[in-house]
Design a protein around this ligand. Structure first.
Ligand SMILES: Cc1cc2nc3c(=O)[nH]c(=O)nc-3n(C[C@H](O)[C@H](O)[C@H](O)COP(=O)(O)O)c2cc1C
Length: 349
């Protein structure tokens, strides 16, 4: 699927702002590939981005969809009260914590109708019938997995390739379920172990993701058997990314730890540690996307105030080493570094 790429680096879908048609197009033009993030957009807004990206890339791009999960009925009262305290700091009210399906069906209809060449799925696998619709439209199906058990499910449903997400990754863990039904029983895998375990049970191409910010990291996962590397954080500070100015600033400062939290969305995600992450993570219920809607006005108000302490600052573990500048320059640096790293392996010949 990505054999034709001169250097197999994919810019990850990054919902919530960072992904732009310009970013996808810049990486594609440089010789890579990119995914638009459909998450949180209306189907109508996605349609406009698909059109623009198709125009800018000559039709070489992918779209990433969030697979809706079950409706969690957990009690949100305590978390709601704690978020209310945060909201007061910014003079706003928390949002209504409702469940929705992110317009999944309408977005799937759209990517099928537009014959988007690669459709990736996160938070679950498409049904066999849904994967079949993408195939009938000439598209390829990619599913993000975090465990060998999820890989088996995805391949059985018709995945043509898997994004293998290690726990180093920035943003949400792509877990199929965030509850006791997790087929991996809560095991949290690092990228290299997971690549090896999944590569031992399937021959579909694997796309490695999580904590890769240097070309040597890309060379490492290719050496480990991956067909391509998908990088998110490495492009967060790219000129073409839609990353908020305050997030760019704290990423560049590079002095915060990262940690998993459910506090902002109700699903575990890795972000820079700030006040909300430190104080609201313990006891935050597994209730996605209810908590996403609850925290939305607070995150937005903090962003407008230029205050990072109540924003969801998603980033992978290696974020302090990510660089800014044009995406093509970042891509070129990664390629040069990967070549240097590959030359170091000559000693193994
Ligand atoms: C800001 C941000 C937003 C993200 N949004 C999405 C998304 O919409 N869909 C998705 O499949 N993955 C998303 N991810 C996860 C990436 O696909 C990928 O797994 C992650 O970026 C890899 O780790 P890295 O950030 O260290 O490169 C996001 C990651 C970040 C940092």
């Amino acid at each position: 699927m990505f054999e034709h790429l001169e250097f197999p680096v994919i810019v990850a879908p990054m919902a919530g702002g960072p992904t732009t048609p310009e970013l996808v197009a810049a990486v594609t033009s440089a010789g890579g590939f990119g995914f638009l993030a459909a998450g949180y957009l209306t189907a109508e807004a996605l349609a406009a981005k698909v059109d623009e990206t198709a125009r800018r890339t000559g039709g070489r791009f992918g779209v990433n969809l969030f697979v809706p999960g079950g409706r969690s009925e957990v009690d949100l009262t305590a978390h709601r009260e704690r978020m209310q305290v945060e909201a007061r700091r910014y003079g706003v009210e928390p949002g209504e914590p409702h469940w929705d399906d992110d317009e999944y069906s309408a977005k799937l209809d759209l990517v099928v109708a537009q014959r988007v060449p690669v459709v990736s799925f996160t938070f679950g696998a498409p049904t066999t019938a849904e994967a079949g619709r993408v195939h009938e439209a000439g598209g390829r199906v990619v599913v993000t997995v975090t465990s060998p058990q999820e890989a088996d499910i995805a391949v059985a449903r018709g995945a043509d390739a898997l994004v293998v997400q290690g726990f180093e990754a920035g943003g949400h863990r792509a877990l199929f379920t965030d509850d006791a039904a997790d087929p991996a029983g809560g095991q949290v895998y690092g990228l290299l172990s997971l690549l090896r375990l999944i590569g031992a049970r399937t021959s579909v191409p694997l796309i490695a993701t999580g904590g890769l910010v240097h070309g040597a990291d890309v060379a490492a996962v290719l050496a480990a058997g991956a067909s391509a590397a998908q990088l998110g954080t490495a492009f967060l500070r790219a000129d073409e990314a839609g990353t908020a100015a305050t997030q760019r600033r704290v990423l560049a400062e590079g002095d915060r730890a990262t940690a998993f939290t459910r506090a902002f969305s109700g699903r575990p995600a890795r972000g820079l540690v700030n006040r909300v992450l430190s104080s609201l993570s313990v006891g935050a219920p597994a209730a996605y996307p209810q908590l996403h809607h609850l925290s939305k006005p607070v995150r937005a108000a903090a962003g407008q105030a230029g205050d990072p302490e109540a924003m969801s600052l998603w980033a992978g573990q290696a974020y302090p080493l990510a660089t800014g500048g044009p995406a093509a320059t970042i891509f070129g640096r990664l390629r040069d570094e990967a070549r240097t790293a590959a030359a170091r392996l000559d000693r193994l010949r």
